[in-house]
Design a protein around this ligand. Structure first.
Ligand SMILES: C[S@@+](CC[C@H](N)C(=O)[O-])C[C@H]1O[C@@H](n2cnc3c(N)ncnc32)[C@H](O)[C@@H]1O
Length: 256
């Protein structure tokens, strides 16, 4: 877990500059999916990173307590900078795999964190369990296959294709007291100035940063070299697909 947190500490500034603007449409989709009328209680944002969800949530739900949770100290400090503009928001440094310490939440919103959890199925179950009856869960994550062709597909192929057991994707939110209201694929265009800029950002400002720490810079250099063989020249535009799950906690759970 330490390498993951340290990797994200080192990636934080690059992630904020390069990926946050490119991921913005998916963040907006996760927030926009929530109904205007939420039950009482805080909105929890596991894996908030620099907390791009906050500006949208704060504007849509004025005065609502909004709490970001992230493992990485570097990300938490950037999230806290953003939270200064929102008096009802705060950020907690912690592990989002188990949110058992929380309860009575109006909503849980998480973007691009679930696929990084050691056990995503259990994490999603934990996120659902903190909801108050009629509370909402809006999760956007990168599924196993995000595109047929494009930089994400290419980096996956360079890393050896299927890298981990993804059967959890078929079991998300099963055996939880929630009703799935939407299970959809959301796609937006994303543009990279060049293949070089993409792979540099990907290896230094994303989850690969932790792998560089555990496997060494030589590993990252090999990935970079392999990736750049036969890539398109100039701007590279693609249409990656994320999965969005929107679920509502049932009324009569007897759990509250
Ligand atoms: C791809 S970033 C997403 C940030 C933000 N939600 C966004 O949409 O831009 C993933 C974040 O998950 C955090 N993370 C990874 N594992 C975590 C864990 N077990 N508990 C809490 N946060 C975690 C990382 O520190 C990183 O900030």
């Amino acid at each position: 877990m330490n390498a993951i947190a340290r990797g994200w500490d080192e990636a934080a500034d690059g992630y904020l500059d390069y990926f946050v603007p490119r991921f913005a449409p998916w963040v907006a989709a996760a927030v926009d999916a929530l109904p205007a009328a939420l039950p009482d209680g805080p909105i929890l944002v596991p894996c908030c990173g620099p907390f791009p969800e906050l500006d949208l949530l704060g504007a849509r739900f004025p005065g609502r307590e909004i709490v970001g949770v992230d493992l990485s100290e570097g990300m938490v400090s950037r999230a806290r900078e953003r939270a200064r503009r929102w008096p009802s928001a705060r950020v907690v440094q912690g592990d989002a795999t188990d949110l058992a310490a929380w309860s009575g939440c109006a909503a849980v919103v998480s973007v691009f964190g679930l696929q990084q959890m050691p056990d995503p199925e259990q994490a999603a179950r934990s996120w659902a369990s903190v909801l108050r009856p009629s509370g909402w869960l809006s999760i956007v994550y990168w599924p196993e296959q995000t595109e047929e062709d494009g930089p994400f597909a290419r980096v996956r192929a360079v890393l050896g294709g299927k890298t981990s057991d993804r059967t959890w994707e078929t079991r998300l939110l099963t055996n939880t007291p929630t009703t799935i209201e939407r299970d959809e694929t959301i796609t937006f265009p994303m543009t990279h100035p060049s293949a070089e800029e993409f792979i540099d950002a990907y290896t230094t400002s994303g989850p690969m940063r932790a792998r560089a720490l555990t496997e060494g810079e030589a590993f990252v250099e090999r990935i970079r070299t392999h990736f750049l063989r036969d890539t398109p020249q100039g701007e590279w535009r693609h249409h990656p697909q994320a999965r969005h799950l929107l679920a509502r906690r049932e009324l009569s759970t007897g759990a509250e």
